[in-house]
Design a binder for this molecule. Structure first.
Ligand code: BTN
Length: 252
């Protein structure tokens, strides 16, 4: 059972706490199509059995060990073309939370994976709805590994593994929602600052690495992200290319 956070103004004041569900994003989407939940409604479960990830992947999470939840937002202040600001705001909120726990090597792997020591600790799935010229709804799904210590993949980690001790799930939720609320307001009021902070914490930025796109492997340097959220990579031959999430993978 999760408690309604005392730390926020509107995030989590309406808390839908489910003993189990397939996917909190799917549940939240059904909720918005069948009713009119207030902005900031949280759908959370301790046991998500069909979690969805980016690019059609699944998201597995050990029951009772981690945070798996979705936030319902109505970011009507954003032009649909500026949707990536939301991904930047939520990524930075997770970054802030981990940093406040004393975790130092935290980085945001574009577009919105949170990494600690080159391992993924948090995944974010944002599903947007645009009506005409209005950004009408966004469901922000967050999977944060908190107390899980064994994973089926070698490149995953958790807050417990990186801090050396268990974390209180309720406290983590409350603190994360507080940080998301701050960053969401920043996206509204001072988006330029948010964009530059996102770039400050971007994984592999200004380093030479290998990537793969369209069956071709190449070396390049991440220079940043454009306003549409496309990754800007300077290739070895000095050509600057931009990529959408499905168009590039990181090799090493
Ligand atoms: C990814 O990195 O691929 C994104 C993972 C997002 C997982 C979260 S868990 C809560 C919410 N519900 C889902 O089905 N997915 C997101």
């Amino acid at each position: 059972m999760f408690k309604i956070p005392a730390s926020t103004l509107f995030l989590g004041k309406n808390l839908v706490d489910l003993p189990e569900c397939d996917s909190t994003n799917t549940y939240a989407a059904n909720l918005t199509s069948s009713s009119d939940p207030p902005e900031g409604t949280i759908v959370i479960t301790s046991r998500q059995f069909l979690g969805r990830g980016q690019r059609g992947n699944t998201w597995d999470s050990q029951p009772e060990a981690n945070l798996t939840f979705s936030i319902i937002l109505y970011p009507r202040f954003l032009a649909p073309a500026s949707h990536f600001i939301l991904a930047q705001a939520v990524s930075l909120a997770v970054w802030d939370l981990l940093f406040s726990l004393g975790v130092t090597d935290v980085a945001i792997k574009w577009p919105n994976d949170i990494m600690v020591d080159d391992k993924k600790i948090c995944g974010i799935l944002i599903e947007n709805q645009v009506r005409g010229q209005v950004f009408s709804q966004s469901i922000v799904g967050i999977g944060l590994n908190v107390n899980q210590v064994e994973f089926s993949t070698p490149n995953a980690t958790s807050a417990k593994l990186v801090t050396g001790h268990s974390q209180d799930l309720n406290w983590m939720l409350s603190e994360l929602l507080r940080q998301v609320e701050i960053r969401y307001l920043q996206a509204k009021q001072r988006p330029a600052r948010l964009v530059s902070e996102y770039l400050d914490h971007l994984y592999w930025k200004d380093e030479s690495h290998q990537f793969q796109s369209n069956g071709t492997i190449f070396k390049g340097i991440i220079e940043g992200v454009d306003k549409d959220g496309r990754l800007r990579v300077r290739q070895d031959d000095e050509r600057l290319s931009t990529f959408a999430a499905r168009e590039i993978s990181y090799l090493r």
